[in-house]
Write a protein of this length. Structure first.
Length: 78
Protein backbone atom coordinates (compact mmCIF):
# COMPACT_ATOMS: atom_id res chain seq x y z
CA UNK A 1 0.00 0.00 0.00
CA UNK A 2 1.33 3.41 -0.88
CA UNK A 3 1.03 6.48 1.29
CA UNK A 4 -1.29 9.04 -0.26
CA UNK A 5 -0.15 12.43 0.97
CA UNK A 6 -2.77 14.69 -0.59
CA UNK A 7 -5.87 13.29 1.11
CA UNK A 8 -6.74 11.13 -1.89
CA UNK A 9 -8.26 8.25 0.04
CA UNK A 10 -11.93 7.64 -0.70
CA UNK A 11 -13.83 9.48 2.01
CA UNK A 12 -16.29 6.60 2.32
CA UNK A 13 -13.41 4.48 3.57
CA UNK A 14 -12.65 6.74 6.53
CA UNK A 15 -15.69 9.02 6.85
CA UNK A 16 -18.43 6.96 8.43
CA UNK A 17 -19.04 4.76 11.43
CA UNK A 18 -22.41 3.10 11.19
CA UNK A 19 -23.53 5.73 8.65
CA UNK A 20 -22.82 8.64 11.02
CA UNK A 21 -20.49 11.13 9.28
CA UNK A 22 -17.43 12.11 11.25
CA UNK A 23 -16.03 15.64 11.44
CA UNK A 24 -12.88 16.38 9.46
CA UNK A 25 -10.67 16.59 12.55
CA UNK A 26 -11.72 13.06 13.55
CA UNK A 27 -11.00 11.88 10.01
CA UNK A 28 -7.56 13.49 10.18
CA UNK A 29 -6.89 11.61 13.42
CA UNK A 30 -7.88 8.37 11.67
CA UNK A 31 -5.57 9.15 8.76
CA UNK A 32 -2.74 9.92 11.20
CA UNK A 33 -3.35 6.53 12.80
CA UNK A 34 -3.38 4.75 9.43
CA UNK A 35 -0.43 6.64 7.91
CA UNK A 36 1.53 8.33 10.71
CA UNK A 37 4.50 9.25 8.51
CA UNK A 38 2.27 11.25 6.14
CA UNK A 39 -0.38 12.76 8.42
CA UNK A 40 1.26 13.16 11.83
CA UNK A 41 1.61 16.94 11.50
CA UNK A 42 -2.02 17.35 10.38
CA UNK A 43 -0.85 20.01 7.90
CA UNK A 44 -3.57 18.93 5.44
CA UNK A 45 -6.48 19.44 7.85
CA UNK A 46 -7.91 22.44 5.95
CA UNK A 47 -7.68 20.55 2.65
CA UNK A 48 -9.50 17.62 4.23
CA UNK A 49 -12.16 19.96 5.61
CA UNK A 50 -12.81 21.37 2.12
CA UNK A 51 -12.95 17.91 0.58
CA UNK A 52 -15.33 16.63 3.27
CA UNK A 53 -17.58 19.63 2.67
CA UNK A 54 -17.64 18.97 -1.10
CA UNK A 55 -18.17 15.23 -0.55
CA UNK A 56 -21.10 15.84 1.81
CA UNK A 57 -22.70 18.29 -0.64
CA UNK A 58 -22.37 15.67 -3.38
CA UNK A 59 -23.93 12.99 -1.19
CA UNK A 60 -26.87 15.27 -0.31
CA UNK A 61 -27.49 15.93 -4.01
CA UNK A 62 -27.44 12.20 -4.69
CA UNK A 63 -29.90 11.55 -1.89
CA UNK A 64 -32.29 14.33 -2.86
CA UNK A 65 -32.06 14.16 -6.63
CA UNK A 66 -31.79 10.39 -6.59
CA UNK A 67 -35.22 10.23 -4.97
CA UNK A 68 -36.63 12.68 -7.49
CA UNK A 69 -35.20 10.70 -10.39
CA UNK A 70 -36.73 7.49 -9.06
CA UNK A 71 -40.14 9.11 -8.72
CA UNK A 72 -39.87 10.64 -12.21
CA UNK A 73 -39.01 7.23 -13.69
CA UNK A 74 -41.96 5.53 -12.00
CA UNK A 75 -45.12 5.35 -14.10
CA UNK A 76 -47.84 7.73 -13.01
CA UNK A 77 -51.01 6.16 -11.70
CA UNK A 78 -54.19 7.30 -13.34
Amino acid sequence: MTVETDVQLPLERIATDNLVPAPANVLMDRLAGMFPEAYASQAQLRTLQRRVKAWRAERVKELILGGLRKSADAPAEV
